[in-house]
Structure formats: C-alpha cells, structure tokens
Design a protein around this ligand. Structure first.
Ligand code: FAS
Ligand code: PHB
Length: 393
C-alpha cells in the first residue's frame, strides 16, 4: 500500500488531522491499535476552545458541536465556602468556550471519515515505524495474522502518551520534561442534571473538586484523590458523599446524584517531548505533551498541533516548500509551553498538596483572594482559559 501521510493513532488528533488533510486533497490512512468502539468508550475532555471549534468547522464536522454544544461565558471558583465568578466573556472581549465532550468530537470525526470513504485500519497491532529519517518512511502493522506495510511521504504520530511514535525516536534525539503530581482525579459520568449552569472549580480543605457537564441532562464530576487510591474502592455513594463534602451549601442543595455511567481515576502529570519533528515523522497531541486536566487544555492543545500540521503539509504539497514543516515544532511548542504553564499554575492553585505546609496554604489563599479581586489577574486566567490564538507560519 502507499499513501501521502500515514497517521498513527485514531483518537481526536489522528481523526481531525485525517479530516483536515482530506479537505486539503492530501491522501491519508489512519492505523489504530484498538477498535473504534474502544476509542469511543474513553471518557475524557469536556471543554473546547474557539480555536478547536474553528478547526472542527474547517474540517466540516462542527454542525453537531454548534447545535448541541453548550456555550459558556464564565466559570466559578469556590474556596473558603464562597463562589466567585470569572467572567470569561467580559474579560476577553467576547470570547467563550463550548462544553461538548471529546467522545462526541470523536464520534463526529469518525462519522465524517466513514462518509468520505477514508481508510482507518482498526485493531492494527503491533505497529512499527521505519526509515522516518529518510524521505521514504514506512509503517508496518499486524492484522488478521498478516504483516502489512504502507509506504508514505510522512508519518504523523498521533498515538498518545503511550504510543509507539515517540518511542521510535532515538533517545538522544529527544529532550523530555516531566512533572508528576502527588494526586489524581476520580471522575464520574452520570445521567443527572448539572448542579449549576457553569463549571465550578473548588479548592477545599478536603481537596479539589470540579463540577462539569456534557449536556443539560448529563454531568461530569471530579474529586482530587491520593495516588494510592483505586477506583474499585469507590462506590457511587462514597463518591457522591465526598463530592458533597467539597461543595458550598447552595451547590449541595442542587446536587442530583445517580448511578455512574463511567468512573475512573486519571493520574496528573505535565510532560513535553522536544522537538516534535524527526525527519518525516511529526508528533501531535498527547504523543508530544500532556497537561493536568485542570485547565481543560489537553484536547485543545492536540487540535492546535493538528491545525499547524495540516497547514504545514498543505504548504508542502501545494507550494512544494518545506518552510512551514521546518517551523512546525517551534510554533507548536511555543503554544504548548504556555498551556503547560497555565495548567501547572491552575493545578497548583486549586489542589491541596500534601507537602505544602501552613505557609504554602496561606500563599494559596492569598493568590485566590488576589485573583478574584484583581481585574488584571482574572483577565490573565480568562484569556488562558478561553485559549491563546494560533500563529501564522
Ligand atoms: P489519545 O490518547 O486520545 O489517542 C491516541 C490514539 O492512539 C488512541 O486511540 C490509541 O489507541 C492509539 N494508539 C496508541 N498506541 C498506538 C500504537 N502503537 N499504534 C496505533 N495506535 C496507537 N483533556 C482535557 O482537555 N480535559 C480532560 O478532562 C481530560 N481528561 C483526561 C482523562 C484521561 C484519563 C486521559 C488519559 C486524558 C485526558 N485528557 C483531558 C486529555 C485527553 O483529552 C487528550 O488530550 C486527548 O485524548 C489527546 O488526543 P490524542 O492526541 O488523539 O491522544
Ligand atoms: C470535563 O468536563 O471533563 C472537564 C472540564 C473542565 C476541565 C477538566 C475536565 O478543566
């Protein structure tokens, strides 16, 4: 087989890249380790920046997100028993975010890919990358007991943190940066109405909590838990009781509980691999970087990488110029590191750290007090939360 771009990984990065390349007339094949149902079954992100909505529109897959997504103009911070609204819209000159689950984005992208008759090879494992230090890279995979090979011009490594793409790069060609947090997020998805129409981020003596949603009838909640916690030790009742203990009285009054549709614990880490290009191999999304989900940046960083990559490949094929590809890593990483900083800062501000001590606790309280009483500080939070603009090549 031969194509122009082989995309390793059929999550949101790979699917969006495939769609944008298709729209630009660039042939591509996606090779995905899991089944389509498995990919759809992962419950992850919930908040889309306008940059992501614009890229979904460019890919021709934004119709349902615009119709069913929930535009949000603000978020609330809860600490010391009181809630403080951050007016995202007013502080950023009219910008907003859209609450629309990653599962739905993935669904819409899968449907569009199938409708366009594009090739996605599921249950392809193991996958291996070859000769990406040349202009004739190849991807091999096993399927149905046979070995297959695809020749191509470029390989897009969209296979996430645990993927094969970054792992295929010689260790001395990579510089890794990592910070692991001393806690995780226990998350529950349930078909119960959200307790508030906007997201509530809580910093409480028992730890962080987040009240989010997927629709007017489906809610997503998280509580900070220790890294030793196991999801099988958390009944639904235990989760709801712990969440209640982290809410203010009004929120507690409006909390509707019910059986969990999904319950999982996600570890929190900050991670960046530099650079993001190795000859004909280009990394995008979680394959290159991870952020703690506090700032809702993970999926949005992935889509931004893909926006840059699809544009750079379009310039290569249309203008026969590698100039944009040569700048791909630089442009992505400039935005990645700003989102890494924001996600680290927001995580540090909203979570209880075992070794913070009394002084650290007082600093956290002072920063929260300053944040909600300073227009400059709130504006900084707001413009990072709604997402920073993309640069031009
Ligand atoms: P993904 O990991 O989503 O997709 C990679 C794909 O590659 C997968 O389908 C995988 O099966 C496939 N793959 C892996 N190895 C392969 C191989 N060797 N060969 C072929 N295919 C291979 N972000 C937020 O903004 N908010 C959140 O609340 C949030 N919660 C999260 C919770 C968890 C548990 C995790 C892990 C992430 C969370 N994220 C969140 C971040 C998440 O949404 C990612 O940013 C997003 O999935 C990135 O998409 P991809 O880069 O496509 O990577
Ligand atoms: C979610 O709804 O899953 C979500 C929302 C905002 C975040 C993290 C997760 O910051």
């Amino acid at each position: 087989m031969r194509t122009q771009v082989v995309i390793v990984g059929g999550g949101p990065s790979g699917l969006l890249l495939g769609q944008l390349l298709h729209c630009a007339g660039i042939e591509n094949i996606i090779v995905e380790r899991q089944s389509g149902d498995y990919v759809l079954g992962r419950i992850r992100a919930g908040v889309l920046e306008q940059v992501t909505m614009d890229l979904l529109k460019q890919a021709g897959v934004d119709k349902r997100a615009r119709a069913e997504g929930l535009p949000h103009d603000g978020i609330e911070l809860l600490f010391k028993g009181a809630r403080h609204r951050i007016d995202l819209n007013g502080l950023t000159g009219g910008k907003q975010v859209t609450v629309y689950g990653q599962t739905e984005v993935t669904h819409d992208l899968m449907d569009a890919r199938a409708a366009a008759g594009l090739t996605t090879i599921y249950n392809a494992a193991p996958v291996s990358l070859h000769d990406f230090d040349t202009a004739s890279p190849r991807v091999r995979y096993q399927k149905d007991g046979a070995t297959h090979e695809i020749a191509c011009d470029f390989i897009a490594g969209c296979d996430g943190y645990h993927g094969i793409s970054r792992a295929s790069v010689p260790a001395d060609a990579l510089h890794l940066y990592e910070k692991v947090y001393p806690f995780g997020w226990l998350g529950v998805l349930a078909d119960v109405p959200p307790l508030s129409h906007e997201l509530i981020y809580a910093n409480t003596p028992r730890g962080f909590a987040l009240c989010s949603m997927r629709s007017a009838t489906r809610s997503r909640y998280y509580v900070q838990v220790g890294t030793e916690e196991r999801v099988e030790n958390w009944s639904d009742d235990a989760f709801w009781n712990e969440l209640r203990n982290r809410l203010d009285p009004e929120a507690r009054e409006h909390l509707v509980t019910g059986p969990s549709l999904e319950k999982s614990i996600a570890p929190l880490r900050s991670f960046v691999a530099e650079p993001m290009r190795f000859g004909s191999l280009l990394l995008a999304g979680d394959a290159a970087h991870i952020v703690p989900p506090t700032g809702a940046k993970g999926l949005n960083l992935a889509t931004a990488d893909v926006g840059y990559l699809s544009r750079a490949l379009e310039i290569f094929y249309r203008e026969h110029s590698a100039s944009a590809l040569d700048r791909y890593s630089e442009l992505c990483l400039r935005r990645v590191w700003k989102a890494e900083r924001f996600s680290w800062w927001f995580t540090s501000l909203m979570h209880r750290f075992p070794d913070n001590g009394e002084f650290g606790q007082k600093i956290q309280e002072a920063e929260l007090d300053y944040l909600v009483n300073s227009r400059a500080a709130s504006t900084s939070l707001a413009e990072n939360y709604v997402g920073l603009p993309l640069e031009s090549f």
